[in-house]
Design a protein around this ligand. Sequence first.
Ligand SMILES: C[S@@+](CC[C@H](N)C(=O)[O-])C[C@H]1O[C@@H](n2cnc3c(N)ncnc32)[C@H](O)[C@@H]1O
Length: 297
Amino acid sequence: MDPQDPWAEEIERRARAVWTEAAIEQLTEGKDLPILPSTAPVLLRALGLLHRDASMPPPQVRKFLQLNHMIRLLRPPLLELMGRFDHLHLVDAGCGLSYLTLALAWCFREVYRHPATLVGVERDPTRVEACRATTARAGLGSMLDFEAAAIGDFVPSEPVHAVLSLHACDTATDQAIALGVRHGAELIAVAPCCQAELARGWAKLAATVDGPLQPIWSTPHLRREAAATITDTMRTLLLRAAGYEVRVVEFVPSQHTPKNTLIRAMRRGGPDREARRAYEALCEATGGVGIGLAAAL
Ligand SMILES: C[S@@+](CC[C@H](N)C(=O)[O-])C[C@H]1O[C@@H](n2cnc3c(N)ncnc32)[C@H](O)[C@@H]1O
């Protein structure tokens, strides 16, 4: 849909009335956020984060803040890439309803003013259809494409500068990391969720192996929590082993989502054998199970 059509004009008009400076100040708590209802009403309405009357109800506020915090954290590495490449190609792996894909596309056009194209990869074809409709409503069709595929099967038709993945389920995060490493992506940024692979391995050990970690392996909640942290640590080590400089940060306060870890990796050099050895040692120390990503890389 053309952003200048009556639908877009109407939401812009309503947003001007609702989103005064004071209302923005209250929403953002004075933080400098890249995407605001006053500057991006059409995008936010297309994403369903603004109501028809341009208001933003509390559940949508959480998603809105999550997106903004994620984009703020991605800004420094993206600025670095913009300085190095005239046109950026990004992949959003497990894009779901494409909040991040569209928000980033909007930022490239309206904030960074740098040529970029983005592909959202999503295995659920009905979601892909919904993404295409949202993209058209937001007027971002020229920058975005979507593919209904599993991340592991996705074959990019362009070079891949960055692979992003926000809350792709379980090992889908590993598929996103493997995709980035395989295609030499300069930036890989993933916010993992439901890390279950290692927990499944530990559950099997609980029945057969004794050892100091047995109380964790045999207690489902502790096992899930510990496995999530160790899984992300293993991912970090494997990324370092593959030549990436890695930072792990909390991208949003835990009241917005408990799955608030962002692993941000920039390609810097050749393989790091020490990091691979550290992965093997961690694997050994925690029952010898490890994660499938180690074999995939
Ligand atoms: C929790 S949602 C997150 C969606 C989106 N990234 C967001 O943050 O709003 C996870 C999405 O990843 C998709 N997904 C999970 N595993 C996948 C895989 N292996 N390949 C492609 N998509 C996958 C699911 O269908 C779902 O839409």
